[in-house]
Design a binder for this molecule. Structure first.
Ligand SMILES: Nc1nc2c(ncn2[C@@H]2O[C@H](COP(=O)(O)OP(=O)(O)OP(=O)(O)O)[C@@H](O)[C@H]2O)c(=O)[nH]1
Ligand SMILES: [Mg+2]
Length: 487
């Protein structure tokens, strides 16, 4: 049935097969993505609940509003089975779920589930050029954006002085970040050389990896990894696309993939004895070494094992003898990757070099900034014009976001916080006049001369409970009592 359908399809659309093959080839070529920009937003904390216990025969039940749940974190996890950042390139907008609201009877809201994003091993996470994390161990996890904490319910505000608080916080907003993810393949051995030198054939000979091998240049379009084991030691070998002259300046495919051998410990330089196009083998060795040096000085410093491939072809032996004389200070190996000749000697040397090379190179972090805990100012005040003032600052904005403006007591608390932070003094220093506008966190406030408690805004009885007298009211009362005694 299916074959019939396929036949009819190819009859009617003669171009369809080639079109699909071309599409698949294009997709394969583009499936290796090693740099993506993503936006992540952790979950907001759930809002706190405002409620009072009201039951028959229970007098003064008291506040019983529970707190909101915590918002989900954004977590990145290193997954060894992944090889590309392709999934993230298609879904670059990631949000973690919010925490749920608190409930009555002191019920805490459900926490938002953490969002775990799987990335390949060797992924570097950056924000504004600062390295936040470098995932080099399988299963390593790192929290990149923290979810907000849940807002407190009114039971948390209960105190000896305020037994009936009519105040519940909103949840804290979750952190949001725009990140650059960069994949730098983690391998012990990097294979370099001109196209067609036999790099992929060598990888096939030493590991179970089966990359594409063909007699034309640029067969390999993406880095391939394989695990080789020799004399009880196992190591990861990376085969990258061929390098040509000018690769470090962006020619060919090699340039964008050279960074994938940056974190290797040993380089194996494969050489075709008959050279590449017009270049002789001797010249090609020099070109590759120059390209590596131009791309990154550290690449040239890595131990490099020179291997002349295709020993089975006539005439290769003479060229090998000539090269041996030219590069006297280097040990040159003569192998046939396709015929599996002389490979063991190369592997012996790789194991020897790996034992000498520092093991932790792969963990080396770039531009790691020392951890400095900056004391952030509580707020930054800017005078927009004569009658408008702007307040910014992480801490103060958080307090504003967590205030429920429909609750007079919550607003009163915010006024107290503003005063405690020293905002009143700062505003008066700037010469604020009554009626001026204060902008903060997308909200507008009108200045009425002071942040002192706004008594008139509070009703005397709230929900059947008597409101606690404000500080000013208590002071006035005491003053009146003293005066009455004196008389
Ligand atoms: N005779 C002979 N041919 C070889 C040997 N090793 C590789 N080849 C051939 O050389 C050609 C290129 O081999 P690849 O392994 O694809 O070379 P590559 O370096 O990966 O090439 P790119 O991926 O294009 O950079 C293929 O046709 C292989 O069959 C060898 O030892 N002897
Ligand atoms: Mg190849």
């Amino acid at each position: 049935m299916l074959t019939k359908y396929n036949e009819s399809l190819s009859k009617n659309f003669s171009y369809s097969k080639s079109f699909f093959y071309a599409k698949i080839k294009y997709m394969q070529a583009n499936s290796f993505i090693d740099r993506v920009k993503v936006y992540v937003k952790a979950g907001k904390g759930g809002d706190g609940c405002l409620s009072f216990r009201r039951e028959k025969f229970i007098e003064f039940g008291g506040p019983n509003g529970g707190s909101g749940g915590k918002g989900g974190d954004i977590v990145f996890k290193a997954e060894p089975n992944l090889t590309t950042l392709q999934d993230l390139a298609y879904n670059p907008h990631i949000e973690a779920p919010n925490g749920e609201k608190g409930g009555t009877y002191n019920k805490t809201g459900l926490n938002g589930k953490d969002k775990i994003i799987l990335v390949p091993l060797g992924t570097i996470i950056k924000e504004n050029d600062n390295v936040l994390a470098d995932l080099t161990k399988p299963g390593e996890e790192v929290v990149i954006a923290k979810g907000g904490r849940g807002g407190r319910g009114n039971q948390s505000f209960k105190s000896r002085f305020n037994t009936a608080p009519r105040i519940a916080e909103n949840g804290q907003p979750g952190e949001e970040k725009t990140l650059i993810l960069e994949l730098k393949v983690l391998a012990d051995v990097g294979l370099v050389g001109f196209p067609n030198a036999g790099k992929s054939t060598f990888l096939t000979a030493v590991s179970a990896a089966r990359p594409k091998i063909a007699g034309y240049p640029f067969t390999t379009l993406n880095p391939n990894l394989g695990i080789a084991s020799h004399k009880g030691k196992s190591f990861v070998v990376a085969d990258i696309p061929g390098i040509i002259e000018g690769a470090s300046l962006g020619k060919g495919l090699g340039h964008q993939f050279l960074k994938h051998i940056e974190r290797t410990r040993v380089l194996v330089h494969l050489v075709d004895p008959f050279g590449y196009e017009d270049l002789s083998a001797e010249k090609s060795i020099k070109v590759i070494q120059k390209e590596l040096k131009t791309f990154d000085k550290n690449l040239a410093k890595k131990p490099q094992i020179l291997v002349i491939n295709k020993s089975d072809i006539d005439g290769a032996q003479e060229i090998y003898e000539k090269l041996k004389k030219k590069f006297k200070d280097q040990t040159i190996y003569f192998i046939s990757a396709a015929g599996a000749q002389g490979i063991n000697k190369v592997l012996d040397n790789i194991v020897k070099e790996l034992s000498k090379a520092p093991v932790v190179v792969a963990k080396k972090k770039e531009k790691v900034l020392p951890k400095v805990h900056l004391v952030e100012p509580m707020f930054v005040l800017t005078k927009v014009d004569e009658n408008t003032f702007q307040i910014t600052g992480k801490k103060i904005e958080e307090f504003i976001a967590m205030t429920n403006f429909s609750q007079p007591e919550a607003v009163q608390r915010l006024r107290g916080i503003f005063k405690k932070f020293g905002l009143e003094k700062a505003l008066q220093k700037e010469g604020i006049t009554e009626g001026a506008t204060i902008l903060a966190c997308g909200k507008e406030f009108e200045w009425n001369g002071s942040f002192d408690e706004e008594v008139s805004a509070l009703p005397d009885r709230i929900g059947g409970y008597k409101r606690r007298a404000t500080k000013q009211e208590r002071l006035d009362k005491r003053k009146a009592r003293r005066q009455a005694k004196n008389i």
